[in-house]
Write a protein that binds this ligand. Structure first.
Ligand code: G
Ligand code: G
Ligand code: MN
Ligand code: NA
Length: 254
């Protein structure tokens, strides 16, 4: 209950902040985009990870104001990187399934883009398979309009939920993100290697990109490269960074 009450204050009084984890094209070591990840700088408990408060936000009906805050902050940061540092970065925001039931979702996304003057193709929405299952028809219609507007849609944690393979066929998403639970043992587990290889194959057949998440070692990177997975994200390349650290990170890439 205390976290719940604190969360409303956190959203309204800037106790939340975003960190940004680079996604790389490992064929040329360029950054293809960054994923915004929310943190809560709690006045007594210190910095909290989203796993400890996003579920609370869901239960307390605060996921919508939280999502609005994240969208607004991520879009204005992407615009600021470009304006102040000449960094042209695509920024990705995670959308919980429940926000698809909100009637203002499209409007808030458009407003976040307009207010920050960010071109729609610089925004990526990371959605999970659940969003496609629970809100199938509505979610697909909303996503189709958002994609027509120019935003990119990626399927997060791919392979961990009930894959809506029929919606993958009906609808052309930009990318599948291979969940880190398959990447962590991809070198030692033949099952995980088979799953990663299958997701790669499927994404190619469906003309989507695939991005491996949670890459922590050179061996994982090499295996993924061997199955033609060029897009990767993970601690091996970079932990999530403060906005102010991004220019330096990019400057020091090989
Ligand atoms: O950021 P971290 O590395 O701890 O992420 C943990 C989980 O929290 C991930 O599943 C991630 O997708 C989720 N998450 C991070 N930021 C956001 C956010 O802004 N909104 C939602 N809905 N989930 C987020
Ligand atoms: O569900 P989602 O993919 O949005 O989750 C992103 C989460 O994964 C964040 O909590 C982020 O900090 C975490 N993460 C990013 N890279 C790595 C990594 O290489 N290893 C592990 N274990 N977690 C990672
Ligand atoms: Mn994500
Ligand atoms: Na994920």
């Amino acid at each position: 209950l205390q976290l719940e009450q604190g969360l409303l204050r956190a959203i309204n009084y800037d106790e939340l902040f975003l960190v940004y984890q680079p996604k790389l094209d490992t064929s040329n070591m360029r950054v293809i985009g960054v994923e915004a990840l929310v943190r809560w700088n709690h006045p007594h408990l210190g910095v909290l990870a989203p796993t400890s408060f996003v579920p609370i936000a869901e239960k307390a009906g605060l996921i919508w104001p939280l999502t609005e805050w994240v969208l607004r902050t991520a879009c204005s940061q992407a615009a600021r990187w470009y304006r102040n540092e000449g960094l042209d970065l695509n920024v990705a925001v995670n959308l919980s399934p429940s926000v698809f039931s909100h009637q203002d979702l499209e409007e808030v996304i458009e407003k976040s883009l307009n207010d920050s003057d960010l071109p729609p193709d610089r925004l990526t929405l990371e959605i999970t398979e659940q969003s496609l299952m629970i809100y199938e028809a509505e979610a697909l219609a909303v996503l189709e309009r958002l994609q027509r507007m120019g935003t990119n849609i990626q399927i997060d944690d791919f392979g961990t939920g009930y894959s809506s393979l029929s919606s993958l066929k009906q609808y052309h998403f930009q990318a599948l993100k291979i969940d880190k639970s398959f990447v962590s043992d991809v070198v030692t587990s033949s099952d995980d290697a088979a799953i990663a290889t299958t997701i790669m194959f499927m994404s190619k057949c469906l003309d989507m990109d695939a991005i491996a998440e949670g890459v922590e070692s050179e061996a994982q990177k090499d295996f993924l490269a061997s199955i033609d997975c060029r897009y990767m994200q993970g601690f091996y390349f970079s932990r999530p960074l403060a906005a102010s650290e991004m220019a330096d990170f990019i400057r020091h890439l090989p």
